[in-house]
Design a protein around this ligand. Sequence first.
Ligand SMILES: NC(=O)c1ccc[n+]([C@@H]2O[C@H](COP(=O)([O-])OP(=O)(O)OC[C@H]3O[C@@H](n4cnc5c(N)ncnc54)[C@H](OP(=O)(O)O)[C@@H]3O)[C@@H](O)[C@H]2O)c1
Length: 328
Amino acid sequence: MRIAKLGELEVARIGLGAMGMSHGYSGAGSDDAESIRTIHRALDLGVTLIDTAEIYGPYVNEELVGRALRGRRDEVVLATKFGLVAHNGRGPGTLDSSPDNIRIAVEGSLRRLGTDHIDLYYQHRVDPRTPIEDTMEALAALVQQGKIRQIGLSEAWIDTIRRAHAVHPVAALQSEYSLWTRDPEQVLPVLRELGIGLVAYSPLGRGFLTGSLRSIADLESLDDDDFRKTNPRFTGENFQRNLRIADEVQAVADEVGAASAQVALAWLLAKGHDVVPIPGTRRVSRVEENTAADTVELSPEHVAALDALTPAEGDHHTEEQMQMIERR
Ligand SMILES: NC(=O)c1ccc[n+]([C@@H]2O[C@H](COP(=O)([O-])OP(=O)(O)OC[C@H]3O[C@@H](n4cnc5c(N)ncnc54)[C@H](OP(=O)(O)O)[C@@H]3O)[C@@H](O)[C@H]2O)c1
């Protein structure tokens, strides 16, 4: 697979998101053996960037990734995240990027991942109660100690990115970026000015852009705790309206002779060598399909058609989640 750069870090251009193996999507946690086979297959196909977080599960996704990487740790650029679990009392789902919390979080992640260093350690969400400078100084100390190699931010906006980078180089911003979530394009010029890579999470629109969710019956068949049951783009009339987007992606896919998932990923790859999608799957067959998107070439006409897709109806997160995302 072709190589991308996230700051100083070299990774294969398509990564693998491990979240859905344990958290957030239907079937999470139901087949760890297939999830581990999926991670192994990804590595065999040249994927290097594996993405997890302490909040996924919480904790069990890091444990799963750690088990999968036993004996193969050196093949991987291992990324995890802190800041959505407050270890001093308030627990999972609470923002805390205070230096004290980071020092506790990193030890837990290292233990669960079965490693002595994390290659890319992200703040999961900006914590308005902790100045980003304090967070970055705590992270810079972890770099000094060799516990982490590179620092990332997630869903941060321009001012925070600049302030963070002034304290210590930031290797990557991880934000939702896909055919139907284009906000990071407003940040991309600043990332390029600073030499920071963009890791695109939910690059398949949580599966919607692949065309695999087509009917209310498909939605109803999802597990009760599946994120999509409350996501504004999948609920009420928005779901029906948004189907047009999946159809438009499918039309390009038919012309290119690829799967819709591959077109969604190839469009991200066409945005630049510093954009790295991390599609999530817990199935071997899908990691094979997604990874092969590296060989799908889109013509300028196809890219233009995809750039002009019908905009999505509904926010890409619930209102509560949107409040944790910086947009100015
Ligand atoms: N920084 C953050 O705040 C944040 C937030 C969300 C996610 N993430 C990271 O980004 C990763 C990816 O995002 P995501 O998992 O939310 O969304 P995604 O990659 O857009 O979509 C994942 C969904 O698509 C399905 N899928 C995958 N490949 C497919 C294919 N080829 N054909 C049809 N369906 C396919 C998966 O189902 P199966 O598993 O059944 O294949 C799953 O339901 C996560 O794993 C996580 O590591 C980060």
